[in-house]
Every structure is written in structure tokens, then in C-alpha cells.
Design a protein around this ligand. Structure first.
Ligand code: ADP
Length: 251
């Protein structure tokens, strides 16, 4: 089933066309990898999926982005609720300079997603468990989040997203600041998360795309060159450019 359907998406920064005629279906409870060389529009694309680009002045978008069949750019869209449903994890972990507990509780507090303190504590625990961090932090939830390792901070950011009960999680190069062991933990976590969430990951690391994703799209100069099941993209690509890119002869 399609969780997100993008139809003929164009995106401009001023006069500069950054995305051209992108149409793609993001499958529910699957991991979709977005790959391609630097500057080809990967970040711009995922940021269109929860209207993160809205905040950049001078930008313009054409086309449709349907979440469960509803156009998120249509009138009447509650953008705050959209960003709750479609959460985002960034390249560099960005916890708030607060305790672990307060980081995870932030969204539920702002959105009023709980009835009492006990319920909030439960959400925090469940979110930290869901992000495979609970066992490492349960003895001191008041610890400063910034004292965690970078890998733990990134899992904390994932817990913060999970805490507001999203449906889709966008991950923009979530491992690029992490060492190989921390990266592996995030990749393992993604496998677990896909049982409950639809995940879109931007990565310039093709091995990572091959390891974690079910579907892969190759972007090139703002266009979607090829999109299909990851195994096919990496073993039997249809386009010459895809083959050249995945074998390291292009890009
Ligand atoms: P990628 O994620 O593949 O590296 P981006 O989506 O970041 O690519 O960028 C796509 C193109 O849009 C690039 O040419 C980049 O320079 C341009 N771009 C990205 N962000 C902005 C911005 N805020 N203002 C102007 N141009 C931008």
C-alpha cells in the first residue's frame, strides 16, 4: 500500500529548479532509500514530504504530495499535525540541552498527548525502548542529553520523534556523523521500526541503502532516474546511469 504518493513534483529555490517532475510512491511500513550524488535534490525531496521547505523564503513548489490520499499542500492542512505524522531525523543529532527525559517528553508536552505524569513517563519509556536506548539510559533519565555519545544522541532524537506517534519517519543522512558501530545500531533499529512506521532515508552510502532498504530511488540533477525494489536496483538496474552510479563509475 502507498503511504505517500508524490505526483509531478517540481521545486524551485528562486529561479533555480531543484526537483523536476518527480513522481514516486512510498510504500507503507517499508524503508525507502533516496540515493544520488551531493546536490542532486535528495534533502529537498524529503523536506517536501513534511513541508519543511515551507520555511525557506523564495521557494516554490508545484505538484502534489498525498499522505494517505490527502494532499498535504492542500488548503486546510494542519502543518503542525502533519509534522507530527511525518517526523524527521537530521544528519547531526540535535538533542535539546536538557535532560534525556525532557527531550523525549518535549513533543507530548507541546501537543498535550497525555493525561497525567504517569502517562507521560510511560510514553517516554516506550519511546526510548522503541529507539533501542532504554537499557542504556533508564538508570538516569535526568542526565544531560548532550553527555550521551553521538550514536546515543541520534537514537534519542529517534525516540523524540516516536514519542509523538508519527506514521512516517524521514531520516536525512542519519548516520553520516556516526562511527561504524553506532551506524550499525541505527540500521538494526530501522529494521525494527519498519514494523510500525514508514521510513524514508536519504543516504549517500550505497552499501547502507542496499543493507537497509526495501525500495530505492536514484536522484540525479533534480530528477528521479530510477525507482524500484532495492534488490533490482542493485542487481539489475534498468538505466545505464544507475548502473554507473552503483558501481562507482558515475557521481
Ligand atoms: P542533496 O541532498 O542531494 O545534497 P539538496 O536537496 O541539498 O541536495 O540540494 C539540491 C540543490 O538545491 C543544490 O543545487 C543546492 O545547492 C540547492 N539548494 C539546497 N538548499 C538550498 C537553499 N536553501 N537555497 C538555495 N539553493 C538550495
Amino acid at each position: 500500500m502507498d503511504k505517500i504518493r508524490v505526483e509531478n513534483l517540481y521545486f524551485y529555490y528562486g529561479d533555480k529548479l531543484a526537483l523536476s517532475d518527480i513522481s514516486i510512491e512510498i510504500k507503507s511500513q517499508r524503508i525507502t532509500a533516496v540515493i544520488g550524488p551531493s546536490g542532486c535534490g535528495k534533502s529537498t525531496f524529503v523536506r517536501c514530504l513534511n513541508r519543511m521547505n515551507d520555511t525557506i523564503p523564495g521557494t516554490r513548489m508545484e505538484g502534489r504530495v498525498l499522505l494517505d490520499g490527502q494532499d498535504i499542500y492542500g488548503p486546510g492542512t494542519d502543518v503542525v499535525d502533519l509534522r507530527r505524522r511525518v517526523g524527521m531525523v537530521f544528519q547531526r543529532p540535535n538533542p535539546f540541552p536538557q535532560s534525556i527525559f525532557d527531550n523525549v517528553a518535549f513533543g507530548p508536552r507541546v501537543l498535550g498527548l497525555y493525561g497525567n505524569k504517569h502517562e507521560l513517563a510511560h510514553i517516554v519509556e516506550e519511546s526510548l525502548r522503541g529507539a533501542a536506548l532504554w537499557d542504556e539510559v533508564k538508570d538516569d533519565l535526568q542526565r544531560d542529553a548532550l553527555s550521551l555519545s553521538l550514536g546515543q544522541q541520534q537514537r534519542l532524537c529517534i525516540a523524540r520523534v516516536i514519542a509523538v506517534k508519527p506514521e512516517v519517519i524521514l531520516m536525512d543522512e542519519p548516520c553520516s556523523a556516526l562511527d561504524p558501530i553506532a551506524t550499525l545500531k541505527i540500521e538494526e533499529l530501522m529494521h525494527t521500526l519498519k514494523a510500525n512506521y514508514t521510513i524514508v532515508i536519504v543516504t549517500h552510502n550505497m552499501q547502507q541503502a542496499a543493507r537497509v532498504s526495501d525500495w530505492t530511488g536514484l536522484f540525479w540533477l533534480g530528477e528521479l532516474v530510477e525507482f524500484g525494489p532495492t534488490q533490482e536496483i542493485f542487481t539489475r538496474p534498468k538505466h545505464k546511469l544507475t548502473e554507473e552510479y552503483i558501481t562507482g563509475r558515475a557521481g
